[in-house]
Design a protein around this ligand. Structure first.
Ligand SMILES: C[S@@+](CC[C@H](N)C(=O)[O-])C[C@H]1O[C@@H](n2cnc3c(N)ncnc32)[C@H](O)[C@@H]1O
Length: 281
């Protein structure tokens, strides 16, 4: 029996594989973007460390992480995107990476020095279960880092994307990608580029201003990828800061003397910290 078909997230992972598996090879992210996504984590500190990515998609982050020479880097994903991840990593000289096809919520390991989960928890049927897996797979004393879409600062996206997602869930992926995401991303590209020409004090006040100024640095192809990514997934839960605070506070696995929650581009949360020395019984 295929172990991946039992997961409540199977449909989500299948939808995402139509996103990751139809991109040209190579990372869709720039190094600058990765550094910003991970701050306050300093990527240079990953050298000789054991690193795990939960929900690795097409390996677009791992290709950058491997440049920092971790001892090993493992990516876990439930979908067919694991094949793209393997293709994206195959030219890396050092054979210190592996890709595992599994549900991240039930993934078990001996523990890694650093575990990250970027853009995944908000798509899970049970985001808290995913977060607990991040902690469970972090070694005692190790650190973790996550990034999720925020409830805060996303009212326009929520009002626009949610009805469209319902329509797109009835369409084949290629119609969503080229018939819906393409024209929408063209309009949004113009909006973001126009905002980027205005004085900062004015542009920041526009709907999704800070995020638009950030993405305006990228080329049209990236806008199209992001729009398709938003529309193709069956579910997105926009997460409140208070929910993350609760997650970080309610488990003995988070070291309460070191954790952080940082707003990124006005509409997403980066959060992370250190795992306690306690072990999971
Ligand atoms: C938005 S993508 C993010 C991928 C990658 N972290 C990145 O930022 O490029 C979300 C990924 O989570 C994966 N995913 C969703 N539910 C999962 C689960 N329960 N177990 C493992 N992977 C899952 C999807 O297949 C998809 O590749």
């Amino acid at each position: 029996m295929d172990i991946t078909s039992n997961s409540p997230d199977t449909a989500t992972a299948a939808a995402f594989s139509s996103s990751w598996n139809t991109l040209p090879l190579g990372s869709v992210y720039t190094l600058e973007q990765i550094i910003d996504w991970f701050a306050p984590v300093q990527l240079a500190q990953l050298r000789d460390k054991q690193v795990l990515e939960l929900g690795c998609g097409g390996g677009n982050i791992l290709t950058h992480i491997l440049k920092y020479e971790p001892e090993i880097a493992v990516g876990v994903d439930l979908g067919d995107s694991v094949f793209t991840a393997e293709r994206n990593l195959k030219d890396i000289q050092k054979a210190n990476w592996s890709i595992v096809r599994e549900d991240l919520c039930s993934f078990e390991s001996k523990g890694f020095d650093f575990v990250y989960c970027i853009g995944v928890l908000h798509h899970l049927k049970n985001p808290y279960e995913g977060f607990l897996s991040v902690l469970r797979n972090t070694k005692p004393g190790g650190s973790f880092h996550c990034w999720v879409y925020a409830h805060e600062g996303n009212i326009v996206i929520r009002l626009l994307v949610e009805p469209l997602r319902w329509i797109c869930s009835k369409l084949p992926w290629w119609l969503t990608k080229y018939g819906v995401a393409l024209p929408l991303s063209a309009l949004y590209f113009l909006y973001a580029k126009l905002l980027s020409k205005l004085p900062l004090k004015i542009s920041e006040r526009f709907p999704i201003g800070p995020y638009s100024l950030w993405i305006a640095k990228r080329e049209f192809r990236f806008f199209h990828h992001v729009a398709f990514d938003q529309l193709v997934t069956p579910q997105t839960i926009y997460i409140k800061k208070e929910t993350i605070e609760k997650w970080l506070n309610q488990t003995f696995l988070v070291d309460q003397s070191y954790s952080y929650i940082v707003l990124r581009n006005g509409n997403s949360w980066k959060f992370g910290g250190r795992r306690t020395l306690e072990t999971v019984k």
